[in-house]
Design a protein around this ligand. Sequence first.
Ligand SMILES: Cc1cc2nc3c(=O)[nH]c(=O)nc-3n(C[C@H](O)[C@H](O)[C@H](O)COP(=O)(O)O)c2cc1C
Ligand code: SF4
Length: 440
Amino acid sequence: MTTIIATPPHWPAILLPRTATADPTDLTAAIRNHAFEGLRRSLRDGPTTTIATIAAARLRGRGGAGYPAADKWRIVAESASDTRYVVANGYGADPAVSGDRELLERNPYAVIEGAAIAALAVEASEIIIAVRAESMEAIRRLRACIAAAEDAGLLGHNVLASGRDLNVVVRPVQGAYLLGEETILLKALENRRGQPEQRPPFPATEGLHGQPTLVQNVQTLAAVPWIIVNGPEAFAQTGSKDAPGTILVQLRGPAGEGLAEVPMGTPLRQIIALAGTAADGRPIKALLIGGPSGGLLPAELMDTPYDFDTLRAAGAHIGSGSIVVADDRACVVDLARLLTSWCAAQACGKTIPCRIGTRRLAEIGERIVTGTSRPADTTLLADLSADLVASALCDHERLTTLPLTTGMRYFRAELEDHILRSTCPAGVCHPIAVAAGTVN
Ligand SMILES: Cc1cc2nc3c(=O)[nH]c(=O)nc-3n(C[C@H](O)[C@H](O)[C@H](O)COP(=O)(O)O)c2cc1C
Ligand code: SF4
């Protein structure tokens, strides 16, 4: 299990309970803590009110892109089809991030209830919670919770004598990094080969088995019961103006690591301080934000709010919800090279610009850190990255360019030291000559 980092008591605890429950599958204890109150209210108020409440709360998807949840709910709800699905994306693609799994293990009823409320709102016939097959404890707990809720008449046939059925299944899925992408996940759920599809049509209009499907990250769904019970105004007062609520952030760095529930919009500096800043008081050099295809930001940007739009403007993204702290011993160029190689290896191969282009990008990175680069490599990097962004079929291709493009944007001097002077100022890249006096 991941260490949960304690946060200031005045920060809201919407996703993870502040004190861990002895048995998170215990329905009686969960009901004492208001579980299924949101579902009761949604049944009473009806789909239009529920969707209006989610819209008023300005809830945005936590799976990375930050798309407004209510907009998707409306599209699915207004679709012509009689068969609709809700898919809770609990895949957790980034292998170094455990937020979604921890949520499923520690607060399974919140995810189940959130998905059930969403299903009522969009009038879906089935809810599928997709979880990594290796997250066996999460799967066990979810199934135990679903069985207990069905026995209590809170899920299954004729929920709370409302005439509505809410069928929930847990689907273990297994695959590579890309499987978390929604169009691939849907194919996996249909037992088909996992490659992304051109969008539009988006899953909201044509998803699972060709039917309108609401795909929503499990953190997005877990916030829903809280919003219904506490009201959209209370939710909108947490987090930032553009993105209310909280998010699970995985912190990793020389001084410590763990998972923290953080209000959206919290300055990066404050989030990092939760895990201790840098080891032995060493200066922070860079922050990798958003996972392996994240952006590398310099220490000067540590006051940037952790928010979808502010991070995007800085060249990074929320992505998988991870922040990695690198101190002055790290070589940013080598880090960017490593990340690019990893991302290139994840490309599914469906489209040629991504299949070939991301490899070429990784090769340039390789040349740069081994002292075999060419003076034109800086221009080539910029041109190739722009081409990859323009040709992307799925977001993976676009995001793969981020480590190197943010490296170029913020650490250009270090990059040019490598390319033009065959020097690694941090003394990490070999056989590149090391600048005098900088060897640690
Ligand atoms: C390469 C890649 C991997 C992704 N992995 C995940 C994932 O593990 N979990 C997730 O919820 N969304 C992931 N997404 C985003 C999903 O495609 C989708 O946007 C999201 O599940 C929608 O839910 P939300 O609106 O609540 O964020 C990934 C996207 C890409 C491009
Ligand atoms: S852009 Fe890359 S990862 Fe996405 S479909 Fe094309 S080859 Fe696959």
